[in-house]
Design a protein around this ligand. Structure first.
Ligand SMILES: [Zn+2]
Ligand SMILES: [Zn+2]
Length: 365
């Protein structure tokens, strides 16, 4: 009996040591992740350009206040399609936080998947300070399928799409970057197009002639003649037009990366992630409010997001129908799916302490 008790005590000690070790390991990881994300948040907030200002001092500004910088925020929201003021000219926006701004913030929060408060909380202001796609959010229609109530994908008004099963694309030989070879850019776009071609019955063929290609891709700087000037480093990264326009433009001022090596840069942007997103627009998809989706409008520098989620695939399938050879295994499941290993790991790691306690209880009950 006493021998059994000793064994039990030793087992208890062993489990408690294990628990302490893993808890501290987990806490340290959490702390590091937190520090890293805080560092990234502050890194992304210091660059300023035509659309993107340091909005950090507007955190917690209340409705009715008059604070310098509110007019910049109004111009930012106006730029991305949010109705801000009766004044047609955005240069005349005032610094007053009025009811219209509150409504616009609420709609922004809804479109970006944030809690809808109409307030300038830290998460809202941080997201507004992050680089993003230049395509507006609010001219899009929400998907009209009453069955898929959890869908986050959207379309352009009128749901335009290509009525062809083969589209040609060309990468401009003149509007290019001097630090990336055309082969490097081609490889990236081949991979990005293949992601979409694997799920819908549309083939993409690379051609040389930009003038005759259905889809025209190039790097452009500043005002480049389509009414949507780029704004320099970060801010808006790229834009693409709805079918059947076919133009996909990338901001030449960005530090584009094709080899996953961001070299610790605070402004480096993954080309394949942005290419995959913009091709979604070329096909007719609008922005998704699901953060994990490729079609989410914002992308943090130094990160990569190239795998279509269930939400991206569901959206494009409704426009084009399935590829008969659809490879389900090639998809990355969204966060609400249990099939994704990474998601499962996140779930497990997020509940690690709970799992240890569960093991302890099982051992001693
Ligand atoms: Zn976009
Ligand atoms: Zn353009």
């Amino acid at each position: 009996m006493s021998r059994n008790k000793t064994h039990k005590n030793r087992a208890l000690c062993f489990v408690l040591i294990l628990f302490c070790f893993f808890s501290s390991f987990y806490a340290r990881n959490l702390l590091e992740e937190e520090e890293e994300s805080t560092e990234k948040a502050t890194q992304t907030i210091h660059v300023s350009n035509a659309t993107w200002h340091d909005f950090s001092r507007l955190v917690d500004v209340q409705i009715g206040s008059h604070v310098r910088g509110v007019s910049d925020l109004k111009r930012y929201l106006h730029r991305f399609g949010y109705v801000i003021d009766d004044v047609g000219d955005s240069r005349n926006f005032s610094d007053v936080f009025d009811g219209r701004l509150e409504s616009a913030i609420s709609l922004y929060q809804e479109n970006l998947g944030l809690p809808i408060t109409g307030r300038l909380d830290t998460s809202t202001v941080t997201l507004m300070s992050s680089p993003r796609c230049g395509v507006s959010d609010t001219h899009m229609i929400i998907n009209d399928d009453g069955i898929h109530t959890t869908a986050h994908y959207t379309y352009f008004n009128g749901k335009p799409k290509w009525n062809r099963d083969k589209l040609t694309y060309a990468i401009s030989k003149t509007h290019k970057l001097d630090y990336l070879t055309s082969d490097e850019v081609k490889v990236v776009f081949r991979r990005a197009f293949s992601k979409w071609a694997s799920v819908i019955p549309v083939n993409f063929e690379e051609v040389d002639d930009s003038t005759t290609a259905d889809l025209k891709i190039g790097f452009y700087a500043g005002d480049h003649g389509d009414g949507q000037p780029f704004d320099g480093v970060l801010g808006t990264l790229a834009h693409a037009f709805a079918p059947a326009n076919g133009r996909l433009h990338l901001d030449a001022a960005e530090t584009w990366v094709v080899d996953d090596d961001f070299k610790g840069s605070t402004v480096a942007v993954d080309l394949e992630s942005v290419a995959t997103h913009e091709i979604g627009h070329l096909l007719g998809l609008g922005h998704s409010s699901q953060e994990s989706a490729v079609m989410y409008p914002s992308l943090r520098p130094g990160t990569k997001k190239v795998d279509l989620t269930v939400d991206d695939v569901a959206g494009v399938l409704k426009l084009y129908g399935p590829n008969p050879k659809l490879q389900l295994d090639s998809l990355t499941e969204s966060e609400d799916s249990l099939k994704n290993g990474a998601v499962s790991w996140r779930f497990l790691s997020g509940n690690f302490t709970g799992y240890v306690l569960l093991v302890v209880m099982i051992l001693f009950l």
